[in-house]
Design a protein around this ligand. Structure first.
Ligand code: URP
Ligand code: ZN
Ligand code: ZN
Length: 464
């Protein structure tokens, strides 16, 4: 199948020009002006942006957590992602206590195969440290799982002590993988939670008040120091606090290889949301929590200055009006499942609130939402750019179209969006994934199960 995307404004991390993109099969064949020849389909992109498909390197689809499970599976979640202009996700497989990573890999493959509508990769969450798991990291890298997430938070659930973290970092250096870190001091946070509950502080806002910015900054600092001693890079996930960003910026200015992502929720929502009445604050319970509105400008500054290299979503949806969802914590904030939906709204939110407001340039937007995540996680140049030979993952994005974000019209399998009623300008119109039109005219044209597993390159691989 040959498709010509004609007359659009092609935008990559570095360029912006009018042109045509010829797709042959699953890949981009050529780019030029006035391309012609026999094609099976022509898409008129005049007046629209033609950008590489969004890459979301932080999602939790069908994830057991907090005694329940995130409500988007690989089918609903990836279809919603596609509607929002995302054509690749990297989700988190979870090694179970006493289990192997191979088992986790197979479990997550079982969740994704036959369901994913876009391409997907996996990071591996390690819940404990053992010499056997340390050894198994090499086998995972061979499978294309080239990043491992460790937690300094959630004692008794995911928490790992510094010795385990340090050993895994050292091993990561040997196998050429990346360590991603959930950087919050979970030990101190648990003390604060216990003290708050003892005082009868039960409402959602105490989730944020017991997870202070300094707990994130301290853990970020420690993660960086551990990585520096192990002589490996570290990637800080879902960075929310300006205080933590300062630790990243300081380390980077010393020449340390620390990378970090933030998420739209930290750029557009704030602590004030926790004060919403009638338990509505539970909608925003996630870790790390939302911070002061006044600090959002620091995150934008970090995105511009390249102290933050990616915007991902940490999509981890739980329904609000559901006894298996947010209502689990009706009488105790610490039982509210952590996480919020966002896989579908990332591109529009960051275009509207980032590019249109002048917080970031158009090229930087593409870089943060696609190119840089592809590079950091071993998928570039197959993914993350528009160039001959790259996968034809292409989004036609209408800069001038407006929409009102609402759970009723979004496609995520969850009963709310944190952005209900928010008007955004900049809307995904058409989406191609490996040369196949999967979203067009407001409808899903793809097929669940068409998504392919991405064997990502490691830092030692010749292609990375
Ligand atoms: O609240 C969050 N972030 N839930 C998802 C799990 C995680 O820590 O990323
Ligand atoms: Zn996390
Ligand atoms: Zn997460």
């Amino acid at each position: 199948m040959k498709i010509l995307v004609q007359g659009g404004t092609i935008v990559t991390a570095t360029d912006k020009y009018e042109g045509d993109v010829l797709i042959d099969g699953t890949a981009i064949h050529s780019i030029g002006t006035s391309l012609s020849g026999p094609v099976d389909k022509t898409i008129d992109a005049k007046g629209k942006l033609v950008i590489p498909g969004g890459i979301d390197v932080h999602t939790h689809l069908d994830m057991p957590f907090g005694g329940t499970s995130s409500v988007d599976d690989f089918q609903t979640g990836t279809i919603a992602a596609a509607f929002g202009g995302t054509t690749t996700v990297v989700d988190f497989a979870i090694q179970e206590h006493g289990g192997t990573m191979r088992q986790a890999y197979e479990t997550w493959m079982g969740k994704a195969e036959g369901k994913a509508a876009i391409d997907y990769g996996f990071h591996m969450i390690l819940r404990e440290h053992t010499p056997a798991l340390e050894k198994e990291m090499g086998a995972m890298v061979d499978e294309g799982i080239t990043s491992f997430k460790l937690f300094m938070a959630y004692p008794g659930v995911f928490y790992m002590d510094d010795a385990g973290i340090f050993r895994y970092m050292q091993r990561s250096g040997e196998v050429g993988s990346t360590i991603s870190m959930h950087a919050e001091n979970g030990i101190v946070i648990d003390v604060l939670i216990e003290q708050a509950l003892r005082k009868g502080c039960k409402e959602p806002k105490y989730h944020a008040l017991t997870r202070p910015p300094r707990a994130e900054a301290e853990a970020t600092h420690r993660a960086i120091c551990l990585a520096e001693m192990a002589n490996v890079p570290v990637y800080i996930v879902h960075l929310s606090a300006a205080e933590a960003l300062r630790e990243v910026a300081r380390a980077r200015s010393r020449g340390i290889d620390v990378f970090a992502e933030t998420c739209p929720q930290y750029l557009f929502l704030s602590y004030d949301n926790y004060e919403e009445p009638n338990f509505e604050g539970a909608k925003y319970v996630m870790s790390p929590p939302l911070r002061d509105k006044a600090k959002q400008k620091d995150l934008w500054h970090g995105l511009r200055q390249n102290d933050l290299q990616a915007i991902s979503t940490d999509h981890c949806p739980f329904c609000f009006n559901d006894n298996e969802g947010k209502l689990l914590g009706k009488d105790d904030f610490s039982k509210i499942p952590n996480g919020a939906p966002g896989i579908e709204t990332r591109m529009s939110l960051t275009y509207d609130g980032g590019v249109r407001t002048g917080n970031i340039s158009l090229n930087r937007w593409v870089e943060l939402t696609s190119t840089s995540p592809a590079k950091l996680f071993g998928m570039f140049p197959k993914k993350g750019t528009i160039a001959p030979g790259s996968d034809a993952d292409i989004v036609i994005f209408d800069e001038n179209a407006e929409t009102t974000l609402s759970a009723a019209s979004l496609h995520m399998n969850v009963d709310y969006t944190p952005y209900e009623g928010r008007r955004v300008r900049g809307v995904t119109e058409t989406v191609l994934s490996r040369g196949e039109v999967i979203v067009e005219n407001g409808s899903f044209q793809g097929r669940p199960g068409r998504g392919e597993f991405i064997r990502r390159a490691g830092r030692h691989s010749p292609t990375s």
